[in-house]
Design a protein around this ligand. Sequence first.
Ligand SMILES: C[S@@+](CC[C@H](N)C(=O)[O-])C[C@H]1O[C@@H](n2cnc3c(N)ncnc32)[C@H](O)[C@@H]1O
Length: 271
Amino acid sequence: MSDGWGGDVVRGSIYDFPKYYDVLFGSDWRAEFHFLRACFERFAALPRGRAVRSVFEPACGTGRLLIRFAKAGYSVGGIDLNEAAVAYCNARLQRHGFPASVRVGDMTRFRSPRQWDAAFNPINSFRHLLGEEAAAGHLRCMADCVRPGGLYVIGLHLIPTQGERIQDEAWSARRGQLVVNSYMWSKGIDPHRRIERLGMTVDVYRPTGRMRIEDEMEYFTYTAEQFRTLLARVPQWEPVATYDFAYDIDTPVRVDERTEDVVFVLRRRGE
Ligand SMILES: C[S@@+](CC[C@H](N)C(=O)[O-])C[C@H]1O[C@@H](n2cnc3c(N)ncnc32)[C@H](O)[C@@H]1O
């Protein structure tokens, strides 16, 4: 299909286009990667003071962070609902000499064949769990697959109950001759279901032509209080620190009614 902008228009999910997803978000790995490593060093309390050596990412997508951890010597694993993203992630791991350690799976309910030292779930993927039951179930599955003393680091946007909230975001990235620009905006929140609908357009410029992906997705919403209530339901996790998307390990933040972007550092309690 083509419209006034002069290129093809596809209505679909950006997650079905892992190459374009990875160009768009893959360049943005450094701050998160270094922050996560700093969290592991500062907050993990594994037996005998052992350092974090293995990491697991639920909803890992293309594995833009997992590949960095693999290259840094960690053993890595992940799951994602999207087959195309999993294939892309495993192909890149294998290309760099690592096992294809990511599989298709639903983070709502899953079992990991092994335990991990730490896990992370950045940039709102947690909000794909559409409801508190799904989120609590997920946190329990994560508690089963992270060792006591290990960490689970979750990054998401809360809905502030005071002050303005950010309603849209734009990203732009280039890899070689491929340029990807995107714009994401809130289409509103259903307060009863606690569902936010988001629109997203992704414009892809290739030497052979251009293409627009028109996406729409739903995110579950949390105020700061609602997130605290959720965490209290799964006592296997002890909240140990909170940060924002500046990812500065020396600058923790206090979560209050105005907080939007937040990173919760949770530690797995012992049995
Ligand atoms: C915003 S992307 C994040 C990908 C990756 N974590 C990153 O930081 O780049 C969200 C991912 O969540 C996945 N996803 C959504 N719902 C899921 C579910 N229930 N179980 C597993 N993955 C899911 C999507 O397929 C998509 O790859």
